[in-house]
Each structure stands twice: as C-alpha cells, then as structure tokens.
Design a protein around this ligand. Structure first.
Ligand code: AMP
Length: 422
C-alpha cells in the first residue's frame, strides 16, 4: 500500500462527530454578539508581516518565535495571521469604518496560526471567535465584552469558570511598573530561566507570563500593578468592576495577569474553566493600537475565545441534535416511503436513509452502533395503516405515528432538543 500522508504536526481535523458542538458554539456566540450590536467582519488569513510586528509587538513570543512567515512570488514578506485583532484594525482603517459610526462593534471567527509547541489545548492551527469595540473609552465597554463572553459560556451550559481581571495601565503606568519590575528582577535574575532573562531585556512585563514553576514562585512576590496605577487607570479598572457587579458577573482580580500581546493598555482579562491552566478566552483594552497602525486616536477593546478549548468543555452528548434515520422494509415500503421522507426533508427535518434491504434487527443494530437517536421504520403493514413505527434508540420505546402527524411530531422533538441547548 502507498504511504499515507498525515496532517502536519500541531493541526487537527474537525471530524463530523465534533461539528455539532462547533456549530452550536458558533451559533450561540454569533447570536449573543449580535444581541450586543456586534456586526460580522471577515478578514484575510494572510497579511504583511509588518502588521503583526507593529501590533502584537516585535519582542513578543508570537512574533519572535511563532509566526508562519513566507515570501510570495513577488518577494513580499507575508505571514499567516497569529491573531485577528491586528487585521480587524487594519480593515477598520483601510475602509475608514470610523467615519460611519461613533462606536463600532465587530466580530470575526476563523483560523489562526502559531508555531507553538503542540500540547493539550495548544495547536499550531486553531480557531477563534473574537469581538472588538472601537470608539468607546470607558470601562463599561470592557465590562460589556466580559459579559458577552460570560453569556456565551452560560448559553453553552459551561459552569465553573472564572474571569480574571487586571490592569496593565496606560503607557506611563506601564513604564513605571516596568521599572519597578526590572528592579525586582535584576535583584533575583539568577533565579529566572533563560527565556525570562531575554524577556527582561526587551519587555519586562512578559516575565509575568512565564510558565516555568521556579520563575512563577519568585514572581508571586513581584510588585503589584494596582499599587502603581495612576488615578485615571485605577478609576477605569473600578468602572469595569462596577459595571460587572451591576450585571451580577463576578470577577477575580489577578494583580499579575499579563497577556502575550504588547498592544494592551489598562484592562486585561482571561477566562478559565475549572482547574485548566489554559484560558478559554482572553482580551483587553488597546487604546493606542489604532493610532500605532496609522489611524486616528481611537480607544478600543476586544477579546478572543479559543474554539478548540471551548468545544472541549462543552458536553458533547448534551449538544447532539437528535439524529434521525429512516429504515424501509421491503421494496414497496422503499418505493412509497422515499417520497414521504423527502417531503419531510424539504420541510427542514434532517433524516438519513438506509436504502439497503437488510433485516430490521441489523438495521437497528447499526443505528445503535452509530449513535442514531431515532429511527423511523416503514414496512408494508405501516404503509397500509399510513403510519411510521417510531423508535427511540436511547429509551428503547416505540410508538406508531401517522403520516399526517409525523412532521409535527419530529419538529416537536427537534424544538425540545434546541430548547435544551439554549
Ligand atoms: P490570545 O489570542 O493569545 O489572546 O488568545 C485568546 C484565546 O485563544 C486563548 O484564551 C485560547 O483559548 C485561544 N488560543 C490561543 N493560542 C492557542 C493555541 N495555540 N491553541 C489553541 N487555542 C489557542
């Protein structure tokens, strides 16, 4: 046999069994975001490398180590996007969207690429649903973004999550805090890993994100940002907290929370589910990015949810819509039954059919093995009585349902499953 080609390291196929959960998350996320007034934008997967260098930051791990960079046939240096905020900002400027609305709310979804070390929950191609607000400077906007994430998680019936919040301050606070952290670091530099020592030279705040245990234990005693914040930054942070409290969303402040992208100012946040180290979502404010990319001064904030991570926590069985299959016993049942099934399909009911003439017992065995929830059985007797034999494979119960009422009956089941998902 010829040698098989496998998917490249760190990327994965999303198989039919997983699609139900993916689609459910997408539908819920899009509907929640649209409910907050966000509009969809679709931006390209390839961009000029410079866009990410100028936004994510030249000295971040993402730009330094994790970018897929290549030259096209004309010698342009392009990159596969490691995240989409930079692209959304570029599009916002390129199409002068800031002229259309005072506050612009945009959301996106799609594949991102980071040449990271593959491990649980960490892929080289992964997918995000993200949202950005342009034009809003107050803490209420940051709060709204966090509420949107919380609503998405709640609608997906995910419980046991925590929202961690911090402020990395305005550029002045950041610089002041950086100086304090540098002092703390240089007094203990021998205790830090090699990567931290490099980070300390270029972007001291990045050391706070180190995952090495020995670094983490030293950093537990590092200076705290909130003690350094100016009145405006502190006021902003309090506004975010007050907004969330007014909606009944609880957050935990984590004074050492930083994020892997340089553009953040003031608010940063992450959402973690139960004891998982990996965040399912993260984001924050980036008041200087639009200007940094050549646009007018525009306050902005956003977040991204990791699809692989959120889908992993959604209970797969809970999300499965009822799968229905039709079984025909004998030639006459097949001939007369096929138009009935097709009529149901054209009314929006999804039904898979097995047209092969096999005994009922083995048909049911297949349905059971493949996880089909409901089976519609049509034999000659049923045809004569103008009814289907309906079998629920989960409970084992069965009943006759007339041709006239089958549509209503199946729609009732589908609606009940949908309501369960909501
Ligand atoms: P970031 O773009 O780094 O702010 O990350 C936002 C979210 O994207 C994270 O909270 C994760 O859920 C997800 N994410 C980031 N990097 C990866 C990755 N390499 N693999 C899977 N998910 C990721």
């Amino acid at each position: 046999m010829a040698e098989q080609i496998k998917a490249v390291r760190g990327v994965k196929d999303i198989l039919p069994d997983e699609i139900g959960v993916w689609r459910a998350v997408e539908q819920v996320a899009f509907s929640v975001l649209e409910g907050f007034g966000f509009e969809e934008i679709r931006v390209p997967i390839i961009e000029e490398l410079g866009l990410f260098e100028r936004s994510v930051g030249t000295f971040t791990d993402i730009v330094q180590k994790e970018m897929y960079v290549f030259k096209d046939k004309k010698g342009r240096t392009l990159a596969l996007r490691p995240e989409a905020t930079a692209s959304v900002v570029r599009a916002f400027l390129e199409h002068q969207l800031y002229l259309k609305k005072r506050i612009t709310r945009l959301y996106y979804s799609g594949a991102m690429f980071r040449y990271d070390r593959p491990q649980k929950g960490r892929y080289r191609q992964f997918h995000q649903i993200g949202a950005e607000i342009f034009g809003g400077a107050g803490g209420n906007y940051d709060g709204e973004l966090i509420v949107a994430i919380v609503r998405i998680l709640e609608r997906m019936k995910i419980s046991g999550f925590t929202v961690e919040l911090n402020s990395v301050g305005c550029p002045e606070c950041k610089a002041k805090y950086g100086a304090e952290l540098k002092k703390f670091f240089s007094e203990r530099s021998q205790k830090f890993c090699h990567d931290c020592r490099t980070r300390a030279q270029h972007n001291i705040l990045r050391v706070l994100d180190c995952k090495v245990e020995s670094c983490k234990s030293v950093l537990a005693h590092a200076p705290i940002m909130s003690e350094i914040l100016c009145a405006e930054c502190l006021g902003h942070m309090n506004e975010v907290i007050a907004y969330l409290a007014s909606i009944g969303v609880s957050v935990r402040t984590n004074p050492h929370l930083v994020r892997g992208l340089d553009y953040y100012t003031k608010t940063v946040f992450e959402v973690k589910v139960e004891n998982d180290e990996n965040a399912v979502a993260g984001g924050g404010r980036y008041d200087n990015l639009v200007q940094q990319l050549g646009g007018p001064s525009t306050p902005a904030a956003g977040f991204a949810i990791g699809m692989e991570r959120i889908c992993a926590v959604v209970a797969v069985q809970e999300m499965k819509k009822p799968a229905i299959s039709a079984v025909f016993l004998g030639e006459k049942a097949l001939r007369d039954g096929t138009p009935l099934i097709n009529a149901l399909r054209s009314r929006g009911i999804k039904i898979a059919a097995d047209y092969d003439d096999r005994p009922l017992k083995s048909q049911l065995k297949t349905a059971d093995k493949e996880g089909t929830r409901y089976v519609l059985i049509l034999g000659e007797n049923e045809l004569e009585r103008r009814e289907f034999l309906f079998k629920d494979m989960k409970s084992g119960s069965q009943q006759f349902v007339s041709f006239d009422s089958i549509e209503q009956f199946l729609k009732g089941l589908i609606d009940a499953a949908d309501a369960h998902m909501r």
